[in-house]
Design a protein around this ligand. Structure first.
Ligand code: NDP
Length: 295
């Protein structure tokens, strides 16, 4: 039977551990989420972070700025939070408007408060496999989930589909640091199925619904689907739509065609309920680390 790697279960366990640890300490870790503009998807992600923070006893403040904020002003605001000892973690919620220089904004976050692990300093520490840095939350979540289900990593062939700065590259590096043999693929890779089929662990972070189907996988594999795609759900549309109402026609799917792939592989993460909840939990594990180092 194919094992479903359930991120919600592990998210709950991490929440319980963090809640206990915070309760023992007496003071609460505090995170600020900086949002620029009002992207609906970002609002959903922020809502989940706030809910998780509340569950474990952390404080989460949302600081929202208009899309018109200048680079200088935003960097200035981040520096204010860097210097404020009340705050132990800072996140800039992506995406931010294209008019802003994302790299400079991320790098203006103090590495000691960088719970997303995306500043150049933390990425360099990951590059060098040094433990004092903070690993990007999605990458950390993937590793924690595999560890929870006792899936061995050292010596395995890991294929990562996607080479983004946010997911693909840090994830590939983190697997390399765990002694895996790593292949990274991207949109220009030739004959993707011939590469993905050779993986022991296949991690997909491309942002393309159903990119990975039955022809891309082989038996014995562990498949980690990071993708989050909003698609139209025709069946739901026809079944649920009442005359004169908006259709409930959208659903979240990953990059993997779950139903056909699950019949072939040994283990697979669902979407939703796989890496999404792991990312949120890992972010707060990072917050606890930054909090401990500052108190
Ligand atoms: P990006 O768009 O930044 O990167 C996508 C990567 O996938 C690129 O490297 C791209 O290649 C590659 N790619 C695109 N199409 C193909 C293809 N046909 N074959 C092979 N590779 C392809 O996305 P992100 O990395 O930021 O995010 C990826 C997905 O993960 C998204 O769906 C996002 O929503 C989701 N996500 C989920 C999280 C979670 O918590 N579950 C957290 C963060 C992201 P190239 O470089 O050549 O363009």
């Amino acid at each position: 039977m194919t094992k479903i790697l359930d991120g919600k279960v592990v998210n709950e366990k991490i929440a319980e551990q963090l809640r206990t640890e915070i309760a023992k300490r007496g003071t609460r870790p505090k995170l600020v989420i900086i949002q620029v503009g009002d992207v609906p998807e970002s609002n959903a992600y922020i809502g989940r972070k706030k809910a998780f923070g509340q569950k474990i006893g952390a404080e989460v403040k949302l600081k929202r700025f208009p899309e018109t904020i200048s680079q200088k002003e935003l960097v200035g605001q981040i520096i204010v939070y860097n210097r404020d000892p009340q705050y132990h973690g800072i996140i800039v919620q992506m995406p931010i408007p294209k008019s802003l220089d994302k790299d400079q904004i991320i790098d203006s976050i103090s590495p000691q408060k960088d719970v997303d692990g995306l500043t150049s300093i933390n990425l360099k520490l990951l590059w060098e496999n040094r433990k004092e840095g903070h690993i990007p939350a999605t990458t950390k979540g993937i590793l924690t989930l595999l560890d929870y289900y006792k899936i061995p990593i050292a010596g395995k062939h890991v294929v990562v589909v996607g080479r983004s700065f946010l997911v693909g590259k840090p994830t590939a590096l983190a697997f390399l640091n765990r002694d895996a043999t790593v292949t990274i693929t991207h949109s220009k890779s030739k004959n993707l199925p011939s590469i993905t089929k050779t993986a022991n662990i296949l991690v997909v972070a491309a942002g393309k619904a159903k990119l990975i189907g039955r022809n891309h996988v082989s038996s014995g594999q562990v498949v980690v689907d990071v993708g989050i795609n909003v698609v139209n759900n025709q069946k739901l549309e026809t079944r649920n739509q009442k005359p004169g109402t908006e259709p409930h026609d959208r659903k979240i799917v990953g990059d993997v065609d779950f139903e056909s792939v699950r019949k072939i592989v040994t283990a697979i993460t669902p979407v939703p309920g796989g890496i999404g909840p792991m990312t949120v939990a890992s972010l707060f594990e990072n917050l606890l680390e930054t909090y401990k180092s500052q108190t």
